[in-house]
Design a protein around this ligand. Sequence first.
Ligand code: ATP
Ligand code: MG
Length: 236
Amino acid sequence: MAELEVWNNERRSGENDLSGRLVTLIDPTSVAAEAYRTLRTNLLYALVDNPPKVIVMTSPGPQEGKSTTCANLGIVLAQADKRTLILDCDLRKPVVHKVFGLRNIRGIVDVLVGQRRVEDVWQEPLLGLKVLPVGPLPPNPAELLSSRRFAEFIASVRKQFDYVLIDAPPIGLVSDPAVLATQGDGVLLVLDAQKTRKTALRESMRSLEAVGANVLGTVMNNIKKGKGGYYGYRYE
Ligand SMILES: Nc1ncnc2c1ncn2[C@@H]1O[C@H](COP(=O)(O)OP(=O)(O)OP(=O)(O)O)[C@@H](O)[C@H]1O
Ligand SMILES: [Mg+2]
């Protein structure tokens, strides 16, 4: 597996305040914000021959930092003048709109069922960054994500953007991330240094390999500060 990036980040206080997760906006000089920029650099330059454009963020289990990573990576890509779209594809428990303080009346579900054009639905919380929330929760998330309509939708946004970041649910719980992984160019596996178990990681890798997903690397979230400062980068 190509180790794209492993970064350090402390959980910040007030973590229930969702907009407080946008560390790249509220605290751009912090170690965490710098780590997101390093992740961006690796994405931009590490894979020059075959640069991934449509990137799926997932993790073995719940609450490991997928949506937070997706939002901050989207921000730093936009700050580097990359036309970026964040797609909330957690059709069961969407949060991306909350992280950006956006409304979730219309979203990707309306586009997929043909009720709305994507241009009428996406929102632009900052210059160069479009965000497409979920909209009304669908009764059949897995079916919707494996539909031909979804594949066509991804093909069309791929042409309009430099990067499309897909926020997915955890792999261990539902089949949606595996389905999404087949639509993207690569998967970033978000791990929580305190929480993710090795067995869960191995299981996730197996499920992703089974569908032929291209795992770009892992993002290590929530690394605690050690005595000698941050643990720093750890390549596996
Ligand atoms: N880098 C971070 N700084 C501060 N808080 C964080 C960070 N990463 C994650 N958190 C906190 O951890 C929790 C889970 O984060 P997040 O929603 O990004 O995870 P997730 O993997 O998308 O969860 P889910 O499986 O529910 O979709 C949230 O309460 C969030 O505020
Ligand atoms: Mg999430």
